[in-house]
Design a protein around this ligand. Structure first.
Ligand SMILES: [Zn+2]
Length: 369
């Protein structure tokens, strides 16, 4: 195993622990990964990320393999040196972005997927082996296998085929040579069909990985549909490995998933919201573009200890966003990311104190609508 994982406390099925990568980089769980789409969390640098409380960051293989190219990142010494982020990093396989491209630009077969670059229309191919090779050049601490992620809802035969290809590709990815010390996580698919979810998870576990992603959720289904599918996947996963629910970051789904024993998350939600003026607070979310904030001297969130809330008024931040000054997006992103990472740290503390049930109830009262 190239990533060690220890559980320190449990509250029901929720768990608090920590992971240490082969290079000695450590993060506490549950953990939320900000998304560094093109090798950067948009508008922030690595010092900013540290101040928000981020411990582990995700980078998108799809974008980096096209711009600047994985070879350029490797030539500079890998993603840590390239980005200046010294903490743990995880790369996705590129599959999720590729399968999200317009349907005329993607062609999938049993061997892999061919797609056109959104940058210049050039043709590229990803296979399970190539995804491992590209991620080895990028050099993050954790790699993800290439999987097939259908949108929801999809016809049953499409979800079944995604499960079959994901399993076959996982075995090929595991056999491919990767970077020294890099962990490799498998991914369970299966849509919202509970039996398929459990089957996909157990077939992934049979191949054997350092940790397990649960993919293809929060892609169009309701929170009520996600729960049973997630539970079915988790029931087939080993307790002593990290469980990573991919692409989920809204507080209601976070508490639901942590209650079932998920350890790791990523999502563009806090950063994308920040750029569009949607502010996350203890009382819920609001949009700063509302005219009532035009001359509001208060901070984004009264209770927030972040540097933005200490220094800047809603009136000022609303003004910066409305005249499209980049600093506006940057400051609201800093607040939002800080808020979400504190929320995740509070979940962890509640698990350790045995009060996670109450934490979940109060979170759902605000965020489940
Ligand atoms: Zn703040």
């Amino acid at each position: 195993v190239t990533i060690s994982f220890a559980i320190e406390a449990k509250d029901g099925d929720a768990r608090a622990g920590h992971a240490v990568t082969a290079s000695g980089r450590r993060f506490a769980t549950p953990a939320f990964m900000p998304v560094g789409t093109r090798g950067v969390v948009r508008t922030l640098d690595s010092e900013d990320l540290l101040r928000t409380g981020a411990e582990i960051v995700l980078a998108n293989t799809y974008h980096l393999m096209l711009r600047p190219g994985a070879d350029a990142v490797a030539a500079v010494g890998g993603l840590h040196r390239f980005t200046g982020w010294e903490g743990p990093m995880l790369t996705d396989s590129g599959g999720f972005q590729v399968f999200s491209l317009p349907s005329g630009t993607v062609k999938v077969d049993d061997d892999g997927v061919t797609f056109r670059s959104a940058y210049d229309g050039s043709s590229h191919r990803l296979t399970p082996e190539r995804a491992v090779e590209v991620q080895a050049m990028l050099g993050a601490d954790v790699q993800m296998v290439l999987d097939v992620c259908p949108p929801l809802p999809s016809p049953p035969e499409v979800v079944r085929q995604a499960v079959e290809r994901t399993a076959a590709w996982a075995a090929r990815a595991k056999a491919a040579p990767r970077g020294e010390g890099q962990a490799l996580f498998g991914i369970a698919q299966g849509g919202i069909d509970e039996a398929l979810r459990a089957e996909s998870a157990s077939r992934t576990v049979e191949i054997g990985f350092d940790g397990y992603g649960i993919g293809g959720l929060s892609v169009g289904e309701s929170r009520e549909e996600m729960g049973p599918a997630l539970a079915a996947a988790i029931s087939a996963l080993p307790a002593d490995r990290i469980r990573y629910l991919m692409g989920v970051g809204d507080p209601a789904r976070l508490v639901d998933a942590v209650a079932m024993g998920v350890d790791l998350f990523d999502c563009v939600l806090p950063t994308r919201h920040g750029r569009h003026g949607t502010v996350l607070t203890d009382a819920g979310r609001y949009n700063l573009s509302n005219a009532r904030f035009r001359a509001d001297p208060g901070p984004l969130d009264d209770a927030c200890p972040c540097e933005v809330c200490q220094r800047s008024s809603r009136a000022y931040l609303r003004h910066l966003l409305s005249v499209q000054e980049p600093t506006g997006a940057r400051l609201v992103t800093l607040h939002n990311l800080g808020w979400l990472l504190r929320f995740v740290a509070d979940m962890r503390a509640a698990i350790c104190e045995g009060s996670f049930g109450a934490f979940r109830t109060s979170t759902l009262a605000i965020w489940s609508t």
